[in-house]
Design a protein around this ligand. Structure first.
Ligand code: HGY
Ligand code: MN
Ligand code: MN
Length: 417
């Protein structure tokens, strides 16, 4: 018998348990790190495939390592409502960023399956293999492959150990020359919806468990290299040095100063730095560091990037350092579709919460998916707004609230008029 009413059962307990189970799959036991094309990527994919099967879905790993599940609608082969998020992590990550969206979507489909509910459209869930870009320089690799915008040149990028993405794909058992097979056609996807933790403090301040996202802010990432001269720490007088690390230090402080003095929500982060050759008694000859720049408006961000690059060039010149800067990632702001935002807002209101809208300062797979479908996001409150940190936490009651809203959105989903 088919029961078309929304489930009364709690979904949160299963979701929280699975969050912990997935978090146990990590490069190191004490710090959660799960990167693209790693052994942990493989183990996590197998776990997700199993959960999707239990939820009544067909499941497979696609040509780039995404886990894709499909729950047929009342008519076989119908276009899908696509739900997703990512299952890769940053280094020393929290366990909710990404997995919450994947696991909640599976729980919702599992609930429909248990009740025998089929909708007039299919539901697909994609657990994206690389959103963070932790291992290689560029991000959103999984969703770009699905959107058909993966760029071949990314295959040449190398991880910190010198392994190229091409080599890593082959070692994982994927064919780097057939990534195109992961691409989906716009006609197959009615919309893309993602549930994700907010990763900021706004919902907590509003005392709300969930919120509707209006847009996902754009970002630019750069790789900077400063080349000086390595030398003896005891013999080269200070005025005669070309120290790449002190040059980098000046650049980093200049970035901070520039972003602090801005009023347009500009944020700049140097999250990784490496000094070579890296010995106590050697003047650093080569320093590489990353730069992540974001702003509320694309035009602001672009102007800021130009100005910051100019400042770095000036510092390098004054210090007689050779400079190389590459843009490793650039994404424009992705607006969430109003017709989808409305459906999320209706579901939030129906669940008895005040409807609150907020932009996303963090990047998400919707930024890539927007090339083939309208996108929207549902945010769930996280404690203290803390994310990209092992202290990341979501209260079980908020997990439940997010799941119930998502389930309601799915069951009441209306196609674009
Ligand atoms: O960096 C970001 O905004 C996202 O968490 N990947
Ligand atoms: Mn993240
Ligand atoms: Mn994320």
């Amino acid at each position: 018998m088919t029961d078309n009413s929304t489930s009364n059962d709690l979904l949160g307990a299963q979701i929280v348990g699975r969050i912990d189970e997935l978090a146990a799959i990590s490069e190191t036991p004490d710090h959660l790190t799960r990167v693209f094309l790693s052994r942990e990527h493989r183990a996590a994919a197998e776990l997700l495939v199993g959960w999707m099967h239990q939820a009544g879905m067909l499941a497979r790993v696609d040509a780039i390592g995404n886990v894709c599940g499909r729950y047929e609608g009342s008519k076989l082969g119908a276009p899908c409502l696509m739900l997703g998020s990512h299952y890769d992590t940053v280094r020393d990550a929290g366990k909710w960023d990404g997995p919450l969206g994947v696991i909640t979507a599976i729980a919702c489909v599992g609930d429909l399956h248990r009740r025998g509910v089929r909708l007039p459209f299919a539901i697909e869930i994609v657990a994206f293999a690389d959103e963070e870009g932790t291992r290689f320089a560029s991000t959103l690799l999984g969703s770009r492959a699905v959107a058909g915008t993966f760029t071949e040149s990314a295959l040449a990028s190398r991880d910190r150990d010198g392994t190229s993405m091409r080599e890593a794909m082959i070692a994982f058992g994927l064919d780097p020359d057939h990534i195109g097979a992961a691409a989906r056609a716009p006609a197959e996807v009615l919309a893309y919806l993602e549930l994700h933790i907010e990763q900021g403090p706004v919902l907590e301040a509003q005392k709300l468990p969930v919120g509707v996202v209006t847009a996902i802010a754009g970002a630019t990432r750069l790789a900077v290299e400063l080349h000086g001269t390595a030398g003896h720490a005891g013999t080269v007088p200070m005025p005669m040095r070309r120290d790449a690390l002190t040059g980098a230090a000046e650049c980093i402080l200049a970035v901070e100063e520039f972003c602090r003095s801005d009023r347009g929500g500009l944020v700049g982060t140097v999250g990784y730095i490496n000094a070579m050759p890296g010995a106590t008694n050697v003047i650093p000859g080569l320093v590489s560091f990353t730069l992540d720049i974001r702003a509320s408006k694309d035009s602001y961000r672009k102007m800021a990037v130009t100005d910051i690059v100019r400042e770095i060039e000036t510092i390098a010149k004054q210090r007689q350092l050779d400079l190389q800067i590459n843009v490793t990632h650039e994404n424009r702001t992705a607006p969430c579709a109003p017709w989808l935002q409305q459906q999320i807002a209706d579901a939030i209101a129906a669940e008895g919460h005040r409807v609150f809208e907020l932009p996303s300062g963090a990047g998400h797979d919707g930024m890539a998916m927007i090339d083939i479908a309208d996108v929207a996001m549902l945010f769930v409150r996280c404690r203290g707004g803390i994310s990209h940190n092992p202290a990341e936490h979501v209260e079980p009651a908020d997990v439940e609230a997010g799941a119930r809203v998502l389930l309601r959105v799915i069951e009441n989903f209306r196609m674009k008029a």
